[in-house]
Design a protein around this ligand. Structure first.
Ligand SMILES: Cc1ccc2cc(C(N)=O)cc(O)c2n1
Length: 327
């Protein structure tokens, strides 16, 4: 019946907007009781009219059936791996190498962001709707963990239309991670239940995401930061720089690390890296370095990718691992 379909569409939009406000913007727009009431109404409507179910319905975030095993899936293009710099001299050497290829690189500007110590994933959106989510795997072939990723409330099931027109098909890439607070609470629960505890938040996130039963994933404190976009080659990107790419991701409703920032030159990159080494200890998530990228996409294309997946235009500055004082 048309009015049921219209009501279902209205409920989906209201609930997903409330979800974005609460989980991504941390600015709730609906009282919890009101959210739950609308959620129940949508679930009952979908139960009465199964033809009204859609992949972007918030009711799809919970209760999916367990899988017998995780299916393999091929990424739109290989997921990139970053070369490392272990000190500022290596960072400067990276710029010098690039300047030999493209001399503008020293004045074109960079984007620096925290490097989250989680697991890389790729989200495929078709006509703005999340149709698949996969782990990085070997960079070319990952595991299909779509139903598990739907349980992460920060991951939009449908791109918002505030930003540039969303490409017909694209992959959003980012990092799934477990906050320190959630990690410690999870390990306390597991220890109390006599289960093995996780060694670190990255292992806990990977173990939680690669579950066969999405209900288990749903119970784990997983979060997400988006940081890259892979187009499918049929359209050109609706942005010209790395910074505009991050702004487009935000406008599409993706959570983007608020500490990312544009750097006019290598001096500002070095300042970011130094400043950040200190204050990362106050964050509720594990950061093992900083990622630095050449800002103009035109220069990224000119610098290119070595082999299938080593971009010349990006580098990971790694902080020395925290020395664990063993008494
Ligand atoms: C291209 C690329 C590859 C891996 C990345 C990894 C991270 C990260 N672990 O935070 C951030 C990025 O901007 C990345 N960018």
């Amino acid at each position: 019946p048309p009015q049921a379909a219209a009501r279902a569409a209205e409920l989906r939009e209201t609930l997903e907007r409330a979800n974005h406000q609460y989980y991504v913007l941390d600015a709730p727009s609906l009282q919890d009781a009101e959210y739950d009431r609308l959620f129940r109404e949508l679930r009952e409507l979908e139960a009465a009219h199964p033809e009204l179910r859609t992949p972007d319905s918030p009711t799809g975030r919970v209760g999916a059936e367990p899988a017998s095993r995780l299916e393999k899936t091929v990424h739109l293009a290989p997921m990139l791996s970053l070369d490392n710099a272990f000190d500022e001299a290596e960072l400067a050497a990276w710029e010098t190498r690039n300047a030999r290829i493209v001399d503008e690189v020293c004045t074109a500007g960079y984007v620096a962001e925290p490097k989250i110590d989680g697991l890389a994933i790729a989200l495929t959106y078709e006509d703005g709707v999340l149709v698949r989510g996969a782990t990085r795997g070997n960079g070319t072939v990952g595991e299909d963990v779509t139903r598990n990723l739907r349980t992460i409330r920060e991951i939009p099931l449908r791109l918002r239309t505030d930003g540039p027109p969303a490409p017909a098909r694209m992959e959003v890439r980012g990092e799934v991670y477990m906050p320190h607070s959630g990690f410690e609470a999870l390990n306390r629960r597991r220890a109390a239940d006599g289960q093995a505890t996780f060694a670190n938040p990255r292992n806990a996130a990977a173990g939680s995401l690669r579950q066969l039963d999405p209900a288990i994933t749903a119970g784990r404190p997983l979060r997400f930061f988006a940081y890259a976009v892979q187009m499918d080659g049929r359209e050109s990107p609706p942005f010209a720089t790395q910074w505009e790419l991050l702004e487009a991701l935000r406008a599409w409703g993706q959570p983007v690390n608020p500490l990312a920032r544009p750097c006019a030159g290598m001096d500002e990159v070095t300042a970011f890296v130094r400043e950040f080494e200190g204050n990362r200890a106050h964050l509720d998530y594990e950061v093992d370095g900083a990622v630095v990228k050449v800002n103009p996409l035109r220069l990224q294309d000119e610098l290119g990718i070595v082999g299938q997946r080593d971009p010349r235009w990006a580098i990971a500055y790694k902080y020395a691992p925290d020395l664990v004082v063993t008494t």
